[in-house]
Design a protein around this ligand. Structure first.
Ligand SMILES: [Zn+2]
Length: 294
């Protein structure tokens, strides 16, 4: 479905779409993103209920940037960051659109997936959105120009290749897809996914993406209180060649799986608005660390 840009206060969304409009309208039949790892972040979650804790995403506690404009003369002045909140709130009711095949590197993958949810029904797409907005506020307070890949949590898509295309179009200095995993109930923790070597696709981003992953991993481990995943990855770092969201990127990009929504301990944190602010602080610090060392 065509992506409309509603009038309103979210100038960020307008900016994002104007930057990405050419990309979005190429494949307007799709929706959210995924890059959803097989075996992680299941693709077939049931229809999702509304959020159970409605924190106001605008109440981020950042020192500025809530007007959607970057602060002047901050440490990240002139830097461009793309934040990609995984999935979207309308995906569950648009199965034809999100199951359409799109370029994902050497192969094609589904446009997007529904994402996971906690056992009590807090949806991943809602969590991803709420956390991404908080990260945006913090980065803008430091002077960065931030582009989100979707303007709210009510729509469908964009597809995984479009999400990568938004980062490319923006000429992002760094891009991060924010997700939460749907792993085994007994497993907890976060992991960061970096692109592996995919000939002709990721050659130019493997190394800077690895550096980005390391800075994000360090900051998130220190700041979020969530341990590294104990049920997959290698001490919180994973390298993958099957994610369209990474393979189609021409800018340094990683996926952050912030925790396991199916695990009671991780889920309790994710549902806590105060923890989400803490997590956003950590993610913004990791990005800032990477950007200021370039
Ligand atoms: Zn996800």
């Amino acid at each position: 479905m065509p992506v409309s840009v509603p009038p309103g206060p979210r100038s960020r969304a307008v900016r994002a779409l104007s930057l990405a409009s050419s990309v979005l309208f190429l494949t307007a039949a799709c929706s959210a993103s995924t890059g959803t790892p097989s075996g992680a972040d299941p693709t077939a979650a049931p229809p999702l209920p509304g959020p159970e804790d409605g924190a106001d995403p605008s109440d981020g506690g950042a020192s500025g940037g809530s007007d959607g404009e970057p602060a002047d003369d901050g440490p990240l002045d002139s830097r461009v960051v793309v934040i990609d909140p995984g999935h979207n709130g309308g995906n569950a009711s648009a199965s034809d659109e999100i199951s359409a095949m799109v370029p994902a590197g050497p192969n094609e993958k589904a446009c997007d997936t529904v994402g996971t949810e906690t056992t009590s029904g807090y949806a991943e797409h809602e969590f991803n959105w709420e956390l991404s907005v908080l990260v945006e506020e913090r980065l803008e307070a430091e002077g960065a120009t931030v582009v989100l890949t979707r303007e709210d949590n009510e729509g469908v898509g964009p597809c995984i290749d479009e999400r990568a295309g938004i980062g490319n179009e923006a000429g992002a200095d760094a891009a991060v897809s924010i997700h939460a995993d749907g792993g085994p109930e007994s497993g907890r923790g976060f992991h960061v996914i970096t692109p592996g070597d995919v000939d002709g696709f990721t050659d130019d981003i493997v190394e800077p993406s690895r550096l980005l992953a390391e800075d994000l991993h360090h900051a998130y481990l220190e700041g979020s209180g969530v341990p590294t995943a104990d049920y997959l990855a290698d001490e919180g770092l994973d390298v993958r060649t099957d994610l369209g969201g990474l393979n189609m990127s021409d800018v340094p990009k990683v996926f952050l799986e912030t925790g396991n929504m199916r695990n009671p301990e991780d889920a309790a944190l994710m549902k806590d608005p105060a923890w989400r602010k803490r997590a956003a602080d950590a993610i913004a610090l990791g990005l800032s660390t990477y950007l200021t060392r370039q």
